[in-house]
Every structure is written in structure tokens, then in C-alpha cells.
Design a protein around this ligand. Sequence first.
Ligand code: G3H
Ligand code: 13P
Ligand code: ZN
Length: 331
Amino acid sequence: MSVHYKELGLVNTKEMFERAMANGFAVPGYNFNNMEQLQAIIQACVETGSPVILQVSAGARKYANQTLLRYMAQGAVEYAKELGKAIPIALHLDHGNSFELCKSCIDMGFSSVMIDASQHPFDKNIEITKEVVEYAHKLDVSVEAELGILAGIEDDVVAEKSTYTKPEEVIEFAERTGCDSLAISIGTSHGAFKFTPEQCTLNENGELIPPPLKFDVLDAVEEKLPGFPIVLHGSSSVPQDLITTINNHGGALQDAIGIPEDQLRQASKSAVCKINIDSDGRLAMTSAIRETLDEQQEVFDPRKFFGPARDALKILYMRKNREVLGSADRY
Ligand code: G3H
Ligand code: 13P
Ligand code: ZN
């Protein structure tokens, strides 16, 4: 049975992106797979007065079930109200890979979908994206598309290689597809291992500094498409204190490197209206769980370690909203 997102109290991304563009901030795209992540996201965004895009990935659908996740998002709308603020909440399909999948999410109440056909040649990417846009727009659902390839999960062959977005292609792409926002590739990548140490330089404190994002590409895209919402995927910063805590409590994460937060802060002030963060949340939860189980060996009630993990995630996302994305105090 089909249901429209408006019946669930969800919103599409139109108004939140307009506000983000006009005020120089980015809306968080936070992934969720379970109740604790969803609670932490909603608590963090209600407490900071931030809009939020709840993202469901292919992995999340496999792990938790698409129907269950949709009902959880519906519950999140009520939960936010109960916590005291009806912040705008969008339910978004992250990295949809086909028209059929996007349609199935739209039909069950998603308010936004990403059609990621960026691995296809330009004309094929346009053809697939356009088909999704035509269906989605009839139901007032937002569509995010992608041009350029990020390293990581999108690149099945060589994970380190990315293809930057070509600014000369964006006008034709946006016009022919009618998409509402565009994910671009400017040097971010998915996961907690975004760069090898060899790709980085050492600063005076002996810390590894990754290559800077290609702000020249972002600026050129913005110049071609003024006022058009841009999206950055793969924007975790991989906080080194979390890596240290994980490794001090039995973990083995070597050479985990992310995008420096000052660069994301800078991007948030531009046409970038949405920034996707997932890996940092995973690290925050893992570090709290490892620390709890290591220090309290008698614990076996999952609430005793999922609780601290949820709190750590909430604190991280409140800080992201306030200090990196600038999405706090907007509602
Ligand atoms: O885009 C990637 C997200 O971090 C989701 O990853 O498919 O493992 O849930 P996942
Ligand atoms: P990270 O792996 O950098 O958190 O990126 C998440 C993402 O882009 C989800 O679509
Ligand atoms: Zn992504």
C-alpha cells in the first residue's frame, strides 16, 4: 500500500535547502540503521534546532529492513515533537542505484531520493536520473543526483581513485535531468580511510594533513549554477581522539584519516547545502562501546553499552551541527 511522505509528517528538502543557501549553512545528512542512531540524531537535531535528512543506505536496508526503517522515521517525527520541537525531517534514500529502487522508496513514504548513476557515462547518467525525477516530481519528492566519482564504496575497482566533477558538464546535466541537488566530487571519499599516509603531508606537530579539497572545482560549479544546492558525500573527519580510544581498548584501526573540519566549515558557507556524515558516527559509537565493555567487564545488558554509544553519537552530532555545518538554531 502506497503512502505519501506528507501523511507521515516528513518534508522534502526544498525549503531546508533554500534556507541553507540563503544563510550559508549545510543541512546534515546523517545515516541510520537502528534505534539508537535514530534517537541520537533526533535528540541532537532537536536540541540544536537543526533540520535533518535521515539517510537510508543500501546497507541499512539490508541490515534493518526498508519497511521498518520507514516506520522508524515516521516515529522520529512524533519523537521530535515530544522532545519539544517539530524540526523539519526528510527521509532520504542514500545512493539509490536504480529507478525501481527509488520508486519503491517514494511509494512507501520517502520524501527525497538519491539516484546515483555517476558510474555510468554522462548521457546514461542523465537518462536514468531524468526517469527518477519525472516520477519523483509528480509526488513532490526531491531528487539528488551525482556527477563525478568519489573514491570508496562507489568505486568498485580501485578504492583510492576518484574522478572530480567536470564543471563544464553541470549546466547541461541539471537542465536535462531537472534534479533538485547535485552531489559533486571534489576530493572527499567514503569510509574512515580516505587517504593513505603517502597522500598526506606532515605538519609541525607530526600530524598527517590530507590533500585539500578542490575548492576551485566547487567554485567553478557554483559559478555555472548559481543558487543550485550542492551536496558533499564522504565528509567524515575521522576524529583522531576516537581512533585513539578505539585502539586503546582493543581496536586496530591503522591510518584512518578524514576530511579536516575547517574545510567542511568553509564548504558549508558556500552552495553546499547538504553534508553527509556516517563514518564519524560509527567511530563515536564504537569508541564508547569498546571503552564501556573494556572498563566494565561485568556488563552484559546491551543497554549498558548501547546507551553510552547513543550519548556519544548525540554529542558528536550536536557539535557537528553547531561548529561545522552551521545548521544549529535555524528552527
Ligand atoms: O554512503 C555510504 C554510507 O556510509 C552508508 O554505508 O551502505 O555501509 O550503510 P553502508
Ligand atoms: P562518510 O563515510 O565520510 O561518513 O560519508 C557518508 C556518506 O557519504 C553517506 O552517503
Ligand atoms: Zn555517500
